[in-house]
Design a protein around this ligand. Structure first.
Ligand SMILES: Nc1ncnc2c1ncn2[C@@H]1O[C@H](COP(=O)(O)OP(=O)(O)OP(=O)(O)O)[C@@H](O)[C@H]1O
Ligand code: SF4
Ligand SMILES: [Mg+2]
Length: 463
């Protein structure tokens, strides 16, 4: 827990209700299911020609089933393009699902309209990946953090300014800096501003989309620690999205591994790290001996997946990982493995799972193409990845022991904005990245993105 946060007594007062008298959902007891997702799909239609006929679909999210329990942190990992952000935007209802169901505290919010989502919007907030594009450069920090109050018609106890300053303290920034512009802050500080904005309405569920991937390793640890502290103090529930396991490893209770729009393994953190069961999880861990008996004695060999994730427009048949999996057999090509609980608390979608008694290596006929796809790499290459993980871990340990710098120092030159950054006047508001718009949407009304899905239907876009 940072000193700054302690000083600020991290308690968010109950917000006054808006004039419409919308009631917020009741608190869930720790361990209760807060969010339940069933068969969630998002297919972005691909249109061509004058008539803009749909000629295909990007199956960004293609059937997710999971739950998030109150007070826990669910980490979501997977390679670039596997649908993590789309999933995040679906569960925060910034995108309209193609099919499936999203329930928040037992209430079906899948297709709630603007009015219906309004009270829910306070409970579910999102932190965006890029702290540079998610803050409007023309607005002061005070305006940015107070936007959710205005958009929701909420009056905090003691007034908006006082509440904004308190939130700045909570996230370890100097409350006196509420009049500054985003360009006057460093990346780490900007992400703290994004966190303050997300916390403004006292949410229950915070979906953080790669909250630290744009930051230096040392700053990453500070922000991860801050999220951790806030969770403990405020009883928050997190879904933290990341593309590598080093970040989620330290903060997650459970981890979902995504591949090409699907969850391939979902397990509690310790089981996943001790005995990953899906080959893709093992590959992500990046330190896996090739399970080929001929090579078993070669200590330095490890698996590194080659190439990109296949296109979600035409995903591979059967198990989507079969084109890159060193264990693939014929059944993997033809039959999609369901996500089933193979060990208590460990769900896996694989015909030949690792670390499982049913695993039958003698049946594993390696497909030549898949065999080629799994490359062997030297220890030095893997050492680089391990170093990053170790650096984050080390930083986490040190920053846990060392109090966070006081607001006065965190906002001074050490983290000052780079001089080459654009001044607010130089950046046109319409050039603001979609994240910024989404951030505002996340704070206010339902703002469902219908533009890409107005004509699509779940069955239409399925092939
Ligand atoms: N609005 C959209 N229209 C069409 N395709 C989209 C849209 N948004 C995302 N996609 C596609 O959906 C797939 C999943 O994208 P998404 O951003 O969810 O992946 P991701 O896992 O978050 O990747 P990254 O780690 O790079 O952020 C990608 O192939 C992407 O190109
Ligand atoms: S063994 Fe088969 S089912 Fe399992 S991940 Fe590999 S290709 Fe998929
Ligand atoms: Mg993403």
């Amino acid at each position: 827990m940072s000193e700054k946060a302690k000083d600020a007594e991290v308690t968010i007062p109950a917000q006054a209700q808006d004039e419409g008298g919308a009631t917020l959902t009741k608190d869930a007891a720790p361990g209760d299911v807060l969010l339940k997702v069933t068969g969630l799909q998002k297919h972005f239609p691909i249109r061509k020609g004058l008539l803009q006929r749909q000629v295909g679909a990007v199956r960004a999210v293609d059937g997710l089933d999971f739950e998030v329990r109150s007070g826990e942190t669910l980490g979501v990992v997977g390679e670039s393009g596997c649908g993590k952000s789309t999933m995040g935007r679906l569960i925060t209802r910034l995108l309209e699902p193609t099919a499936g169901k999203v329930e928040f505290q037992g209430k079906d919010i899948t297709h709630l309209g603007v009015g219906g989502m309004r009270p829910m919007r306070r409970d579910v907030q999102m932190i965006f990946q890029d702290p540079y594009s998610s803050l409007n450069p023309r607005h002061t920090v005070g305006t940015i953090i107070s936007a959710p109050f205005k958009l929701q018609g909420v009056t905090p106890e003691g007034g908006v300014k006082k509440e904004v300053q308190r939130l700045l303290s909570v996230v370890g920034l100097n409350p006196e800096h509420y009049n500054r512009y985003p360009h006057e802050f460093s990346g780490g500080q900007r992400q703290r501003i994004g966190i303050a904005r997300a916390l403004a309405l006292n949410p229950k569920l915070v979906v953080a989309d790669e909250p630290v991937s744009a930051l230096d390793v040392s700053i990453q640890a500070q922000v991860v620690n801050l999220l951790d502290d806030l969770q403990q103090e405020l009883g928050l529930t997190y879904v933290i999205i990341a593309h590598d396991l080093s970040v989620v490893r330290h903060v997650s209770d459970r981890i979902a591994v995504m591949y090409l729009g699907k969850i391939v393994e979902l397990a509690d953190r310790d089981s996943l790290y001790k005995a990953p069961m899906h080959p893709y999880t093992k590959a992500l861990m990046s330190a896996v001996p090739i399970p080929d008996p001929k090579r078993r004695n070669v200590k330095s060999e490890r698996i590194l997946l080659k190439g990109d994730v296949p296109s979600p427009i035409a995903p591979p048949s059967g198990c989507r990982f079969h084109t890159r999996c060193w264990k693939a057999t014929e059944i993997c090509k033809t039959t999609e493995p369901p996500l089933v609980e193979l060990k208590p608390g460990q769900q896996v979608a694989c015909h030949h799972p690792e670390n499982f008694e049913d695993q039958a290596p003698q049946d594993t006929v390696l497909l030549s193409v898949a065999k080629e796809a799994a490359a062997l790499v030297a220890d030095e290459v893997l050492a680089e990845s391990a170093e990053t993980s170790a650096a984050v871990a080390a930083e986490l340990e040190t920053t846990e022991e060392t109090p966070e710098p006081a607001a006065e120092t965190t906002t001074e030159p050490a983290e000052e904005a780079a001089p080459e950054e654009a001044a607010p006047e130089e950046a046109a508001p319409e050039e603001a990245a979609p994240e910024e718009a989404a951030a505002e949407e996340a704070s206010e009304t339902v703002a469902v993105d219908e533009s890409d899905s107005s004509e699509e239907s779940g069955s239409d876009s399925k092939k």
